[in-house]
Design a protein around this ligand. Sequence first.
Ligand code: PLP
Length: 386
Amino acid sequence: MFERYNKELQELKDNFCNRKLISLKKTGKYIFEDNKKCLNLSSNDYLGIAEDRKILKNFLKIADFSMGSASSRLLTGSSYVYAKLECLLAALYRKDKALIFNSGYHANTGIMSALLSKKDAVFCDKLNHASILDGIKLSEAKMFRYKHLDYEHLEELLQKNRNEYDTAIIVTESLFSMDGDIADLNKLVEIKKKYNAILVVDEAHAFGVYGNRGLGLAGVQGCIDEIDILIATFGKAIGSMGAFCTGQDVLINYLINKCRPLIFSTAIPEINIAFSYYVITEVIPNLRVERQELLKTAEKLREKLLSLGLKTMGSSHIVPVILGENKIAVEASKELINNGYYLLPIRHPTVAQNTARVRISLRADISYGEIEEIPDLINKAVKSDF
Ligand SMILES: Cc1ncc(COP(=O)(O)O)c(C=O)c1O
């Protein structure tokens, strides 16, 4: 009866694409696998907050919150702790309202499927995250995928198709998680106005890292006011759990009524919400220098990778090294882990076929000196005959 699943698993193994769960121990910036101590360069803990015991201890001194919410937000899951964080976020972004979700996956699937219907169209960057794509599929709207960051292509698709549909949404990440490159949000604002579309921006990987208060790239690019729905997550640089969106009253009220992951899932516990509030108000504002250093480290690392003829891209703290075949990425990862750098291979379907890579997720508590050997190790692995 399960033959089919076995066969597919075997195919994944044959293609160096089989995934497994690993039991890891983490301490600060280090990760231990089978007692091997490695620098953790594979998480989204860009500021080292999730594993910072000092921050946690300070937070716990003032924490008096439940560990379970016992219902969805529309029943009794929503409390003053939620309201406090939502008010703060709405004020920081100068928007009518903010709305918290259990995760970025919930936010994206819920928002896209709620705002779109069969009569609508969505114009989606080709490299947008799976959660955005899944939300679009659920909505049954017509999806047009434009080439990654190619706004001429986006305009072509809008010119040809916009008028056939009721509502049109343009959706992009601000910082792309697997390529480390950045959207031109002002250009997208210009386009959304021209074609009467709603602009949705997912700041999952930029929130916490970019901007004076860590609000993300829309703040840096000076266009927060023009973005209709801005989404960000607490599970990455903030070191907590959950996600939120900000926008006008009408859109947030609509989501409260129509967004199924919000309505039909138990809300995450208050303690997480309170921790996100604590990090945004007490921790992030004090990490300005660290955040600048993080971006400088990324720049130096990219320079070294390029000088060795390795293929990298982007301009952020996410530094991908494109290796091509799955097998090469898997072997490079093994070599890096053996040398104390926890870098996992990224393969299809997370990235396109034949663009397997190692994705170096830099973090503010790791200096350039600690990682400058990485490009040489990748180079060695690529050149060796496995
Ligand atoms: C761009 C983007 N949006 C949303 C998510 C999902 O967020 P979460 O992990 O909070 O579900 C991710 C996850 O990596 C992401 O990369």
